[in-house]
Ligand binder design. Sequence first.
Ligand SMILES: [Zn+2]
Length: 102
Amino acid sequence: MKYLTTCKIKKADGSVCGQEFTANELPDQTEQTKQGRAFVEGLMKHVEKKHPEAYLEIQTRWLSFLGFLVLGCFDLQDPKGAQFKQTLENVAYQSREVTKTA
Ligand SMILES: [Zn+2]
């Protein structure tokens, strides 16, 4: 079984990209498979090449999420540390908005 995956990022003129990708059905526990990683990498290449602003936004949020996870491994004495962690989490989880702003 093959499925279509369609890019929903808005272009500069406000129209939706609509680029379609055909791929085989993803396996169970996709996140643990080479096929799952290849699927994401292929889509990522499209975003990087065709939507550089969205790609930059994704990178920024990825780094924020990474920082949030790292800070979660530590007790922070500085009261601003908790706020910093919260801000990183907020930035990271705004990722669903990428397609609306790109
Ligand atoms: Zn696209």
